[in-house]
Ligand binder design. Structure first.
Ligand code: ADP
Length: 155
């Protein structure tokens, strides 16, 4: 099965990497998809996020990276993905995701699969990383090595 794993990845965190790692073992192919939202200001550019994800994806032979804007279900279908994969950190994630999964199924018949965050990753988020960096803290506990050179100078 080929799954599309979408998100903002602004920046990628160890939580994302853990999902990628587990998915790479379960599925034949994983495409990590940077979903661009022109209405939402981003911290890293799409190119930067893709570059960080490509460096991370180099760890596995079956993980690719792509990006796009517009309807996710259409991108998933165009890339010939069999399903969308989302991570669930807790009940708050599910509330939002439940609705999106229904819409994607209605639009394209695309199924959404959920992977529950393991203990130790459930509280890691991109916004947490941005906040720690802004406050001058150490971000190494939250991000993979591959992203450090690209976000080192940012605040
Ligand atoms: P964020 O809310 O941190 O900006 P993204 O939009 O980049 O998240 O997340 C992309 C996908 O990865 C979503 O399905 C999200 O639920 C999942 N995800 C994010 N952080 C984690 C984590 N720590 N553990 C498991 N899944 C996660």
């Amino acid at each position: 099965m080929h799954v599309l794993y979408p998100g903002s990845f602004d920046p990628p965190t160890l939580g994302h990497v853990h999902v990628m790692e587990r998915a790479s073992r379960l599925f034949k192919k994983v495409t990590v998809f940077v979903a661009m939202n022109p209405e939402k200001a981003s911290w890293c550019t799409v190119e930067e996020r893709e570059e960080m994800l490509r460096r991370i994806a180099a760890r596995w032979r079956n993980v690719a990276v792509s990006s796009g804007q517009g309807l996710l279900a259409e991108h998933a279908a165009a890339l010939k993905a069999d399903a969308i994969l989302k991570g669930l950190r807790g009940p708050a994630d599910l509330e939002m995701e439940h609705q999106m999964a229904s819409v994607n199924h209605l639009l394209c018949g695309m199924e959404t699969l959920f992977m529950v965050a393991h203990e130790g990753y459930a509280h890691t988020s991109s916004s947490l990383v941005r906040q720690v960096l802004r406050l001058g803290g150490e971000i190494r506990p939250f991000v993979p090595e591959e992203v450090l050179p690209l976000i080192a100078g940012k605040r």
